[in-house]
Design a protein around this ligand. Structure first.
Ligand code: CP
Length: 339
């Protein structure tokens, strides 16, 4: 497909914070993705550091466990030469009863310019914008949104070879079929990806057991046009990219029994080698952490159709782009990029 020349990137972000993708337009998403691609090039150089955020202080507030997102934000900040502070709830005064508001006010008193927050409660990032003057970036809030995950997923998709879809690298995803598979109801990754992928033109199918679909699906989709099915064969028919989600046992609370067993889930919804044999052009993604043998067979995780580690690599570039555009865009030059 020929890229539509009217599909252009914005020159600056209209938002002061990144709280979610619900209200980010396609041109803003393209600006972030274009900027991230430039930072991918920086990350491939022998010296992987640019001075764009020199003098900017970033604080990473992690009230919930994380491996990829926490490390990736910290590395992105360091690659941009920011001053970095790390906070995790488990070894902070939160364990002594301090509230999010008081924690934020204390961090504000230390003159932080930008805060990255992960929290188990939906809305925590929005709340933080009312507590501090600095820029806020949502690194995942409860079941609400995980915007940088969806952005890194989009960057990863833009690098894929999909027969008949030549415009992916221009962030024109029209005609691309993406299936998001698994525990949709509890997934902030699914929500942010629905917003981001549909804004870029992809056709999105949500697939999972009915017990793992949001009760009020229409409200959750915010008017986005997506296909919903509980049949894996339907969801993979014509699919270009299958994005499997982790079953979020820790967020299912008292709703035990969303699936009779993990073994049955794997039988009905797990992507297995036979799916790759039937669809040799299918790409497989997963935000991590992967439950091998549940969402994906181990052979699928390790196959050459899996781009799970590319997602991780792209995460650093996307987070550099977000931080740079929100906190340092006026300081970055071609010279910074070393070109
Ligand atoms: N994808 C993701 O958010 O992983 P972490 O929970 O390890 O950050």
């Amino acid at each position: 497909m020929t890229p539509d020349p009217t599909l252009e990137a914005a020159s600056t972000l209209r938002h002061r914070h990144l709280l979610g993708l619900a209200d980010y337009d396609a041109d803003e998403l393209r600006l972030i993705l274009q900027t991230a691609r430039a930072f991918r090039d920086v990350l491939d150089r022998p010296i992987k550091r640019v001075p764009s955020l020199r003098g900017v202080t970033c604080c990473n507030l992690f009230f919930e466990n994380s491996t990829r997102t926490r490390l990736s934000f910290e590395l992105a900040e360091k690659r941009l030469s920011a001053d970095v502070m790390n906070f995790s709830a488990s070894n902070s005064s939160v364990s002594k009863g301090e509230t999010l508001k008081d924690t934020a006010r204390n961090i504000e008193a230390m003159k932080v310019d930008l805060a990255v927050i992960r929290h188990r409660s939906a809305g925590a990032a929005h709340f933080l914008t009312r507590c501090i003057e600095g820029v806020v970036v949502n690194a995942g809030d409860g079941q609400h949104e995980h915007p940088t995950q969806a952005l890194l997923d989009a960057l990863t998709i833009s690098n894929l070879h999909v027969p008949g879809r030549s415009a992916l690298d221009a962030y024109d995803f029209r005609g691309l079929n993406v299936t998001i598979l698994g525990d949709i109801a509890h997934s902030r990754v699914a929500r942010s990806n629905v917003y981001g992928l549909t804004a870029l033109g992809a056709r999105v199918t949500l697939c999972g057991p009915r017990t793992m679909m949001p009760v009020d699906l229409e409200a959750a989709l915010d008017g986005r046009d997506v296909v919903v099915t509980d049949r894996l064969d339907e969801a993979l028919d014509g699919c270009d990219v299958a994005m499997a989600l982790r079953i979020q046992l820790e967020r299912q609370g008292d709703e035990i029994g969303l699936t009779p067993s993990l073994r049955e889930y794997h039988t009905l919804y797990g992507i297995r080698p036979e799916h790759l044999e039937a669809s040799p052009d299918l790409w497989v993604m997963h935000p991590g952490p992967v439950n091998r043998g549940v969402e994906l067979a181990g052979e699928v995780v390790d196959s050459d159709r899996s781009v799970i580690l590319d997602q991780v690599t792209n995460g650093v570039a996307v987070r550099m782009a977000v931080l740079y555009l929100l906190a340092g865009a006026d300081t970055f030059t071609d010279a910074d990029a070393g070109s």
